[in-house]
Unconditional design. Structure first.
Length: 320
């Protein structure tokens, strides 16, 4: 016969496991609630839910709240607090948090750069199968400083990420082939990898493809293709693309005017991108110059101006 004193410890263990499982389920539920609120742009509710999840030990909630501190969604932007949250999530085993804290440690966003911690956590993320960590670590070796500089190792890590389908890694591989860093300079390979990333709307790749076509670097010179790729980049909010794409649309509108043609679609895009280019100017004179161009193009086609204004309203409303 089994005595009660033999059953009691088993009951205690069973109760403990039940409570742990129940607590994990509640924490996961908080994360799900927070994610839904964040996706619906109810940021304050998302913050509350993620904080509740963190209090219950959830690993994903820590990373999610950290990202909100990075972006300033529902809270003030605070990279130090964000990195602390990423570390909390990393220690709990969340691969996204491990990756993000590795970046924090590499760049010193949460304090002084800590190369050893950067390598440690990016390696942890890699071991867990987090593909973006491959090129994130690779870039540390390409740049040096945070770790001993080893461009060849950096290139190999980024290539591994690119072969695994990571768009950012493919973009970086293209850049490294273009510059001949960590590998032999190869414009054909540069274009191939940049295009793989650009086809996935990766903004830096699209930007570089635009410049390659604009300048005829390793590819046939084509203003139309340059404009198309720079448009892709700018629409992904890659600020460095705003001015060159605005110039290309401006130039195209002027070319058409010389033939006494007014293209509403082209003028609409010109006004839209001229507004974006104007928004990043720090010089009052430059802002004024862009405003004058916008007014002139608006007079050419009031319809294009109305459509561009609608585009800008949607753009601002969707700003992360």
């Amino acid at each position: 016969m089994i005595e009660f004193r033999q059953i009691a410890p088993l009951l205690s263990v069973g109760l403990f496991l039940f409570l742990v499982t129940a607590n994990d389920a509640l924490a996961a539920s908080d994360f799900a609630v927070g994610k839904k609120a964040r996706d619906g742009q109810d940021y304050l509710s998302a913050v509350r839910a993620f904080r509740a999840g963190i209090a219950k030990g959830d690993k994903q909630s820590a990373n999610a709240l950290g990202e909100m501190y990075i972006l300033g969604l529902g809270v003030d932007k605070d990279p130090v607090t964000a990195c602390q949250l990423f570390l909390k999530g990393a220690k709990r085993g969340d691969v996204l948090a491990q990756h993000n804290y590795g970046i924090c440690a590499a760049k010193g966003k949460g304090g002084k750069p800590n190369p050893a911690e950067a390598v440690k956590w990016l390696n942890e993320a890699m071991k867990s199968g987090h593909k973006p960590a491959l090129c994130a670590l690779g870039q540390l070796y390409v740049a040096g400083g945070a770790v001993k500089k080893d461009p060849k190792l950096g290139f190999d890590l980024c290539l591994k990420g690119a072969l695994a389908g990571e768009a950012k890694a493919a973009a970086r591989v293209g850049e490294l082939y273009f510059a001949g860093v960590g590998t032999v300079k190869n414009m054909k390979e540069a274009y191939k990898w940049l295009k793989k990333a650009g086809d996935k709307q990766e903004p830096s790749a699209a930007y570089n493809l635009g410049l390659m076509h604009l300048n005829g670097d390793g590819v046939a010179k084509s203003v139309d293709k340059a404009r198309r790729w720079l448009t892709v980049s700018a629409l992904q909010r890659h600020r460095i693309a705003f001015e060159p794409v605005a110039r290309l649309y401006r130039n195209r509108v002027i070319e058409l005017l010389k033939n006494e043609q007014i293209d509403v679609r082209m003028t609409r895009w010109a006004i839209f991108f001229l507004n974006l280019a104007r928004s990043i100017q720090t010089s009052p004179k430059q802002r004024s110059n862009y405003a004058t161009l916008i007014d002139q193009f608006s007079e050419l086609s009031p319809k294009a101006r109305r459509l561009a204004d609608q585009d800008l309203s949607k753009w601002n409303a969707s700003k992360p």
